[in-house]
Write a protein that binds this ligand. Structure first.
Ligand code: PAF
Length: 296
């Protein structure tokens, strides 16, 4: 069995219209290809929730900050299609550049607030490019549901904000980060790590989770984050771009985990930039942990 590959918006719309005529629901899983188990989990989750699942594959030039990074991004369409077929995905939408950005294209979707700081402090324009292509993919597919991994936690917030603000009739579904057996968050960029870098890579998740635990235990955020940054570099990482504690619901900066939070990190291993995040839940206060009083 193979997955049908669709290359044009016209063919995509014709197929989706036929599905809709018979009352079928549609989900989309946007990707840039080089599919790994993280993507495949999103596809499985989408298949559980919708009658038809479209996986999109488009390496979006507008969200890359350097031509070298864009050129180095893995392109493995043949293998990607082979991975999707046994899952039962209904379409691989792999448009060429002109289907997404036709001659004269002049629109940018820009989300403020949640897209500020963290990744965008180091990748100017990245979220504008990402939001622009995601808005297009939502409108081209007309899907009811869209699936995104929590590894790209800031991206997830930007996409949610975008869908809400533009009244796009699509539900954004988040799926937990999928990890390798050694803890490394799955990412298409992992393919670019050398053997030695791949060995060092899982230290990032190890330090992240240990740090999240210390923050949950109420240790000083400033000290714990400073130690964690040092530990990441000692583990072989070249540079820590950011390691920050942010509120889970709106990504506002936090000085302590007084409300549900996320610890987010971006760090370079050689010339590969990796990101990850971990949940930090506030400690229950003494009064909250007391058993409720029973009525006399
Ligand atoms: O997460 C990604 O792979 C990309 O940012 C996305 C959402 C497919 C948009 O190009």
């Amino acid at each position: 069995m193979s997955v049908p590959i669709v290359r044009t918006v016209a063919e995509l719309r014709k197929t989706v219209a036929a599905w809709r005529k018979t009352g079928l629901t549609v989900a989309v899983v946007p990707t840039m290809g080089a599919l790994h188990e993280g993507h495949l989990s999103l596809v499985r989750a989408a298949l559980d929730r919708a009658d038809r699942v479209i996986v999109t594959l488009f390496v979006n030039p507008k969200q890359f900050n350097s031509a070298a990074d864009l050129a180095a991004y893995p392109r493995t369409e043949h293998e990607d299609a082979a991975k999707l077929a046994p899952l039962g995905a209904h379409m691989l939408y792999a448009p060429d550049g002109a289907q997404v950005y036709p001659e004269g294209f002049a629109t940018t979707v820009s989300v403020s607030g949640v897209s500020e700081g963290l990744c965008s402090a180091h990748r100017p324009g990245h979220f504008d490019g990402m939001a622009t292509v995601v808005a297009k993919l939502f409108l081209q597919t007309g899907a009811d549901l869209a699936f995104f991994g929590e590894k790209d936690f800031q991206q997830l917030h930007v996409v949610r904000r975008l869908a809400r603000d533009l009244d796009l009739p699509i539900d954004i579904v988040a799926y937990p980060t999928v990890r390798e057996a050694d803890g490394l968050a799955m990412s298409s960029r992992n393919l670019r790590l050398s053997a030695a870098e791949r060995q060092a890579a899982p230290k990032l998740a190890e330090i992240l989770f240990a740090t999240a635990e210390r923050l949950t235990a109420g240790e000083s955020t400033e000290n714990v984050l400073a130690e964690a940054r040092q530990a990441v570099v000692q583990a072989g990482y070249t540079k820590v771009e950011y390691l920050e504690l942010r509120a889970e619901d709106d990504l506002s900066p936090l000085e302590a985990a007084e409300r549900p939070a996320r610890l987010l990190v971006a760090a370079w291993l050689g010339d590969v930039r990796l990101i990850d995040n971990a949940s930090v839940q506030p400690r229950q206060s003494a009064t909250e942990t007391l058993a409720p009083a029973t009525a006399a």
